[in-house]
Design a protein around this ligand. Structure first.
Ligand code: SF4
Ligand code: SF4
Length: 419
């Protein structure tokens, strides 16, 4: 009888390497979490399918959809796990793969993230996977007041996003970063968004907002056209009661609510030196049953592990509750976006946006997004040079002039050096 010799193909090599690493792992005392990371890198199915490569496995693998509690996204009727992935900071597709293999299927990106590379990464990752196995949200910022060619610009950006994502449609298309009721209610924007939905390029439409303004949610209910709203929501919000009332009203009106900024900047001190207890922050948000899902921006395996552990045991413990309560009055890094500073500043600097940029670098450790934010507001390098002393008294205790001085240099860093 003819003996068949195994052919050492590239894909087999991957398999043998993995088996070998599994055996040597035991010898070296590599823990289970490191092993899962290895398997996530090559594709979990490689452990049982000799000869398969990561890319072929991705096409055959069915992501487990019932590992986490699911909640309905308002009137869309779509059920999502309480944990989703904010892809914003991630530039390693293996972290996306680990999330997908773990059972997450809602991935949130934006046209502007990483100057388009974020969408491109998702496009490569999801290419060939059954479209119904994942749920993609992207966002485009609409300049306001509207420019003459606003609709053409919006559609060109959406088309480019779809091209990068290698998809015919996104599941949610958000108008990005609304700040005013006028934007929510603007009839021209509403008409443009409706057309996008009717064209089939987006299944659902919505908006995101960094502004912490409950009135935007009330306005959205009045319009009756927004399917989903992406809101900032965390235990530090000063207007928590009003925010929760508005979220409840919006959810009861059938709007799906997705939460971001849930970790208040990712650190528990004003200097950005001490990581916050991410699990406690996520669990606190899940207590609110009107929030469908959270999009924490994990970008590495450690951060993902924490989110995963939280989603697998989502009840907030007594200790976590006490811990969060102890942080409530600390300065930390989360700007309330109350804008009290803007009225006090003779230069009318967009300080809330600058504080957000500060948080991206010193909290999230994501300087690239800071630079993009500062470029958007066109911050001058010597913005505070006309003041002998800063006139701003921030109710959160922020020394704004110091923070402005600390973040302005980010604008001069060449993009290739930024993360
Ligand atoms: S810097 Fe202070 S005053 Fe200004 S928006 Fe933030 S929290 Fe409010
Ligand atoms: S120093 Fe303070 S008051 Fe003066 S421009 Fe800067 S932020 Fe505004």
């Amino acid at each position: 009888m003819k003996t068949i010799q195994p052919q050492i193909t590239q894909s087999n090599k991957l398999f043998y390497n993995l088996i070998y690493s599994n055996i040597s792992m035991k010898k070296k005392g590599v823990n289970r979490r490191d092993f899962l990371r290895l398997s996530a890198t090559v594709g979990a199915g490689a452990l049982i399918v000799p000869g398969a490569t990561a890319s072929t496995l991705d096409r055959t693998e069915q992501p487990p959809k019932n590992k986490f509690p699911l909640r309905k996204l308002g009137r869309t009727g779509v059920e999502l796990p309480i944990l989703s992935m904010g892809v914003m900071r991630a530039d390693n597709p293996n972290v996306v793969r680990a999330a997908y293999n773990a059972g997450l299927y809602h991935f949130d990106t934006a046209h502007g993230y990483q100057k388009g590379r974020n969408e491109e990464m998702l496009g490569v990752f999801f290419e060939g996977k059954p479209r119904e196995d994942y749920f993609i949200a992207t966002k485009v910022k609409i300049d306001y007041p509207l420019k003459e060619n606003y609709e053409q610009d919006l559609n060109e950006k959406l088309d480019l996003s779809l091209q990068r994502l290698k998809m015919d449609y996104v599941d949610i298309f958000y108008a990005h970063a609304y700040d005013k009721i006028e934007e929510v209610k603007d009839e021209k924007i509403i008409a443009a968004l409706k057309k996008i939905k009717e064209s089939g390029k987006a299944r659902f439409i919505g908006f995101s907002s960094h502004a912490h303004k409950p009135e935007l949610l009330h306005a959205a209910i009045d319009t009756g056209i927004y399917d989903v709203i992406l809101v900032s929501y965390n235990f530090k919000l000063k207007n928590l009661k009003e925010t929760e009332d508005a979220i409840k009203r919006a959810a009861e009106a059938g709007i799906g609510i997705v939460a971001m900024k849930t970790m208040t900047g990712g650190v528990e001190d004003a200097e950005g030196k001490k990581k916050i207890n991410a699990q406690a922050c996520l669990k606190w948000v899940w207590k609110n049953k009107h929030i469908t899902t959270i999009i924490p921006g994990f970008s590495n395996y450690d951060e993902f592990d924490e989110c995963l552990a939280a989603a697998q045991a989502p009840e907030l413990t007594q200790d976590e509750q006490v811990y969060l309560a102890s942080l409530c009055d600390n300065e930390m890094m989360f700007c309330q976006q109350c804008k009290e500073c803007v009225a006090q500043c003779p230069e009318k600097l967009p300080i809330p946006d600058i504080m957000r940029a500060y948080m991206y670098t010193y909290g999230y450790k994501y300087a690239q997004l800071s630079k993009e934010t500062l470029e958007e507001i066109n911050l001058a390098e010597n913005a505070c040079s006309n003041c002998d002393s800063c006139k701003v008294k921030c109710p959160s205790g922020f020394n704004v002039v110091q923070k402005i001085a600390a973040i302005t240099p980010v604008m001069s860093i060449p993009n290739e050096f930024l993360t």
